[in-house]
Design a binder for this molecule. Structure first.
Ligand code: SF4
Length: 66
């Protein structure tokens, strides 16, 4: 299991992560990406998807802590 979180202070709201993996990331009313409730700790395929999103985020706002 790994913890996944988004630093909203860094997020530039381009919606890439939410478009890539809408089952893990969502845009909220603050116009920032957030990890969907219940997806804060991931393993297996979803963890790999979160890592891919973290690598894709242009400002490295997505954090994966293993
Ligand atoms: S990819 Fe990064 S900058 Fe873009 S919405 Fe997601 S967290 Fe924010």
């Amino acid at each position: 299991m790994a913890k996944v979180w988004v630093d909203q202070d860094t997020c530039i709201s381009d919606e890439i992560c939410a478009s890539m993996y809408p089952e893990i990331f969502e845009m909220r009313d603050d116009n920032k990406a957030h990890v969907i409730e219940g997806k804060e700790e991931l393993e297996g395929e979803e963890l790999e998807q979160a890592k891919e999103a973290a690598d894709t985020c242009p400002v490295a706002a997505i954090h994966v802590e293993e």
